[in-house]
Design a protein around this ligand. Structure first.
Ligand code: GTP
Ligand code: MG
Length: 719
């Protein structure tokens, strides 16, 4: 039974009054690698909590959301500060599952270093490599934690090798785990610090310093050499390498200082070995995180300009006394608390109950209209999972939760109101899985549109549209798990029950050949009548032409004022189509004859005649269906290129080009009918084992093959 009473917190949340006393470390790694469990272990070992929760039981600090408890994995970015060596380390736990990349990006934005988590049981797969690339793309300094080393199948050396092959030679173990037992009983016994040469025995209830097993030095010596060489290669002190080569015993404290510099530079990645469940390597991690990762003051600030786009330059630094510069990395609306914003402060000091400038630009397409407003900041909270403890002020470099900022959205910049600033938001991937939504009950229909808009405002990886042709309310998500979260939130936070339906692709009709049609609208049985007769010729036009209306009336057989009426009628009929209910497009209609009545003819009478004429022409001709075709770009590891290409052909796609994209990846450009790729976001993931990404954009409508046209309800008759 899940205990939902919240974390067993012990005392006050850690505080920091200076950037040098802060580290922001984001945990990144594939789903199931053990990030949340590791955060739990770090919280417990640092004394922040009195007991360790478990992901399976829904009792961890990070995975507190109902959906997380149900899905047994993280779907949100959460913050958990721990106190380590007099430093406040904000641990940012991200979801590893691909659907939740929006929260991963938010976590990367708020952090100054990443702890890359890989399971010693599962090793490095395509998804892990993709995540590493995400980190490498922004140059964030990285250390690696190889977790689950208590497991009998843990292969620390093998996984380190895999990491080195995938992430480069900068990957070097800083600790060496020593194992004991055989078969199912094999487990970790202790850790040897390769710089300190200290051995910690973990076979008892507590870690104790002990003499290492004799044979360990043999294994450790080459690793220690490689580690130290890796560190001193990056050192500013060029004499170090010579001294080391000559056999000098270098001071561990100095090496550790150099190790931090090497990590901060981005090309060196120390590996730590951990078992989160048994606490092995957790105290070591608490010792290393403050000293091996850079403080916020050592990291460059993101680009910033004035609200008028003038560069701000170097005058802004991570200085608590400087001008305020902060960013909303995530917003959540809670039915009880209202809106809560997770904020990273980059410069200055954020104080509760002060007015700040809120600036949001560049996300209009995601449903965040550009805005520049002043707003009062409510209470500031030190977040711990779903809980928060009020804090007085938050200095540059720190992360906090802010209550009741009603206008600030994810990606917005907060600054002093008399010195408004703007940071361009980070990039978000496009959601590519469309799902049509319908309120489960009629009374919820109005609420649905509003609630979906709010949801999309919080989560920039959701997009909402009402399709102008199919009129469906379409929610674009990253994948099915993301959809599950969205539906759950619509119900839980907004009280709207939603049903999903298949997304209709906007098909269109057109004339397959020229045809003639007559519209005869004559009603003269008593009273005011209707009279309008018109004859038209219809010809097909190339894709994208719409309607070309040609007036060839001579001798006023259709009076001047009624010619636009005929055109209006034709257009109205085109919108509702002539056979299948899909709009009709790309025709030239030539009005060449007709007849009017001096009393009974009217605008309405000729509009109706126009509609009838088009329908009549359609009855004399084959109506072809057109389907939308997208330009698709698939970026995939070369090993899956063949599979992806043949799958695209099976989807009636045409591969237009393939390009090398570096890093062993290929970009495949293809034109693919929309009907075939509504679920491509899901299918590509299994096809390319999580290594593929794609983009799509509408290209044009093309004829739909006849056998499919029948399936889509077209009773295509040849007259
Ligand atoms: N034996 C053992 N199991 C572990 C360890 N760390 C995590 N696990 C288990 O591995 C599973 C996944 O752990 P999580 O902490 O949820 O993994 P995660 O990286 O947060 O996964 P996502 O939230 O989906 O990204 C859980 O069942 C954990 O109990 C460990 O050190 N040893
Ligand atoms: Mg997790």
């Amino acid at each position: 039974m899940a205990d939902k009473s919240g974390p067993a917190t012990a005392g006050r949340a850690p505080r920091a009054d200076h950037p040098a006393k802060i580290r922001n470390v984001v945990l990144v790694g594939p789903s199931g690698a053990g990030k949340t469990t590791l955060v739990e272990a770090l919280l417990h070992a640092s004394g922040a909590t009195t007991r360790m929760g478990r992901v399976e039981e829904g009792t961890t600090v990070s995975d507190h959301d109902d959906v997380e408890i149900r899905q047994k994995r993280s779907v949100n970015l959460t913050v958990a500060p721990v106190s380590a060596g007099g430093v406040k380390v904000n641990l940012l736990d991200t979801p590893g599952y691909a659907d939740f990349v929006g929260d991963l990006r938010a976590g990367l934005r708020a952090a100054d270093a990443a702890l890359f988590v890989v399971s010693a049981v599962d090793g490095v797969d395509g998804r892990t490599r993709l995540l590493w690339r995400e980190c490498a793309a922004i140059g964030i300094p990285r250390a690696v934690a190889v977790t689950r080393i208590d497991h009998h199948r843990a292969d620390f050396d093998g996984v380190v090798e895999q990491c080195r092959a995938a992430f480069g030679d900068g990957v070097q173990p800083a600790y060496l785990p020593v194992f004991t037992g055989e078969g199912d009983n094999r487990t970790v016994a202790g850790l040897l610090g390769l710089i300190s040469r200290r051995y910690h025995d973990y076979t008892g209830p507590e870690r104790v310093e002990a003499a290492p097993p004799e044979d360990v030095w043999e294994r450790a010596a080459p690793l220690r050499d490689a580690l130290i060489e890796g560190v001193i290669q990056e050192s500013e002190d060029e004499t170090l390498m010579d001294r080391y080569m000559e056999g000098a015993d270098l001071d561990p404290a100095m090496l550790i200082a150099d190790l931090e510099a090497a990590v901060a530079r981005g090309g060196f990645h120390p590996v730590l070995a951990v078992s989160a469940t048994r606490g092995v390597g957790v105290p070591e991690l608490l010792e290393e995180l403050p000293r091996a990762t850079p403080s916020p003051a050592e990291r460059p600030l993101p680009d910033v300009t004035t609200v008028n786009d003038r560069p701000v330059g170097r005058e802004l630094t991570c200085d608590p006394d400087g001008p305020l510069l902060a960013e909303v990395v995530k917003t959540v609306s809670d039915p009880y608390v209202g809106r809560v914003s997770l904020v990273r402060v980059f410069s200055g000091t954020l104080r509760p109950d002060t007015v700040v400038h809120v600036c949001g630009h560049g996300l209009a397409e995601r449903g965040h209209a550009d805005h520049d407003v002043d707003e009062r900041v409510g209470a500031l909270l030190a977040p711990l999972g779903k809980h928060g403890e009020p804090v007085g002020e938050v200095v540059a470099g720190d992360v906090c939760a802010v209550a009741k900022l009603t206008r600030a959205e994810t990606g917005d910049t907060l600054s002093d109101k008399d010195r408004p600033l703007r940071m361009p938001p980070w990039t978000f991937p496009d959601p590519l899985l469309p799902v049509a939504l319908r309120a489960a009950t009629r009374s919820d229909e109005d609420k649905l549109a509003q609630a979906v808009a709010r949801l999309a405002a919080e989560d920039v990886t959701l997009r909402v549209e009402v399709n102008p042709e199919t009129h469906q309310l379409v929610l674009w998500c990253m994948g099915e798990a993301h959809l599950d979260v969205a539906l759950h939130r619509l119900a839980a936070r907004h009280g709207v029950e939603v049903a999903t339906e298949e997304v209709r692709v906007p098909l269109r009709e057109t004339f397959a050949a020229p045809a003639e049609g007559m519209g005869r609208n004559v009603k003269q049985s008593g009273g005011h009548g209707e009279y309008g007769i018109c004859r038209i010729q219809v010809e097909p036009l190339p894709s994208g032409s719409g309607l070309e209306f040609v007036d060839r009336i001579v001798g006023g057989v259709v009076p001047r004022q009624f010619i636009p009426s005929v055109e209006k009628g034709v257009r109205a009929q085109m919108e509702s189509g002539v056979r299948t209910g899909h709009p009709l497009v790309d025709i030239r209609v030539t009005l060449y004859d007709g007849k009017a009545h001096s009393v009974d003819s009217s605008d309405m009478a000729f509009q109706k005649a126009g509609r009838l004429a088009l329908k009549d022409a359609a009855d004399h001709c084959r109506i072809a269906m057109l389907e939308p075709v997208d330009e698709v770009g698939v970026l995939v590891d070369e090993e899956y290129m063949g599979a992806v290409m043949s799958d695209l052909s099976a989807r009636r796609g045409r591969v237009v080009a393939t390009e090398m994209a570096g890093d062993g990846r290929t970009l495949i450009r293809a034109e693919v009918p929309q009907l075939e790729i509504t679920r491509y976001a899901v299918d590509l993931r299994s096809l390319a084992h999580g290594t593929g990404t794609f983009s799509r954009s509408y290209l044009r409508h093309e004829p739909l093959p006849a056998h499919l046209a029948e399936r889509y309800g077209a009773a295509l008759s040849e007259a």
